[in-house]
Design a binder for this molecule. Sequence first.
Ligand code: HAM
Length: 445
Amino acid sequence: MAKEKSVISESLKSPRGMHDILPSDHEYHTYIKKVIRHRARQAGFRRISTPILEYTDVFKRSLGENSDLFTNQVYSFDDKKGRSLSLKPDGTPGVVRAYIQHNMDERPQPVLLYYFEPHFRYENPQKGRYRQFWQFGFEIIGESDPALDAQCIQIANKINEDLGVNGLYTLQLNTIGTSESREKYSQVLEDYYVGKERSLCENCKKLLEENPLRMLDCNEEDCKILAELAPSMHDYIDKESLEYHEELMEYLDEIGIKYENNQKLVRCLDYYTKTVFEFWDEKDGSSNATGGGGRYDSLINTMGGKSIPAVGYAGGVERIIANMKKEKIVVPSKDELHVFVAQLGREAKRKCLGLIEDMRESGIKSMGALGKGSINIQLELADKFKVPYAVLIGITEVRENTAIIRDMKKGVQETVKMEKVVDRLVDFIGEKNLDKYSPGELLYS
Ligand code: HAM
């Protein structure tokens, strides 16, 4: 008989650019999350989660009404009362909104927050660029000092090191000055590009009207040449920002963090002031950055709060996982089962249910098909689940109150009194490999 095949229509698949995180990738997510939590705690950051939806105004204000991200990439819809809501494309605006809404300026400053959340951008999906993607981020709100920018970069760098991918990236660093000096420089750039439109790519032609600064990090060959010859950004940036940048570089040198001072680095978000930085993939440059951040000293004020400075960073989880895989980094798995329980008959099944419960309480990860198949079929299944041990309970074992423990790899087995099964399995598996916890401990693991 021909095997039945599943047929799934396009409209019943996951939306374009949005992916399931299957169990094997979840192991990477869990690992990355643990590394982040560890580094965050060490540095005094507390976790924050903001809603996946915000009123659209939150993003209109923070990202800028005319920015590319706001106009072209935000998923928005009206709720039943006609209020416009949007899926968050970026973690920083929600955190800033929460900081203002919960009067966090009344707490000791700076306030250190971190997050690990899904974000949504209506992008043109391609490798490393999705419509739903996960970001982890750190925000230091309440003070302006190059030493804080250095610490923000230090923690991002440390996480890349912890995850084993640091060697793949270069840290690009720049200062884009205050918004006033940036406006001045934008005008200079606009004047420079006028008359050269024919050599520009379609995207840069558009950017020339909207945001000439972003033309500087275009990857098209002709645009790159023009950007090389463009007036230098630092000739137009205010003195204070340049001094701030010098001090930041001193601190980075002091803590041994290597960077490239890149005057073409502008970042695609409009809320930055002074420091900007990105971790670039050696090959793809900014288009495949695995993380980026910078200082945003005006954003809190723009969103209705006081004049409070801040700096932050966010890393892209999917891109980091892809690079971990490229580096052949295998994360420890806690998901592998220890024991598969096979049984025959109703009486045996009854015994199995209790035994499985006892095993799990002792930290033995166990499952039983508990179906109607023969012991042999169940053993084949145990093989497919790649468990090191199987426990078999048939009619004889029920009668004698015993169970058979089978070492799946060696193919040997022994019969054990029912009340000794758990202890014997613990001997085989080893105390240190058990998955044991009490709910209290779990909170602090
Ligand atoms: P961002 O550069 O827009 O910065 O995003 C940070 C990282 O998220 C990127 O470097 C990239 O790894 C990842 N990412 C962004 N878009 C996508 C996408 N469509 N698909 C896959 N990964 C993506 C921010 O979002 C700022 N809020 C960072 C920040 C925090 N600045 C200050 N504080």
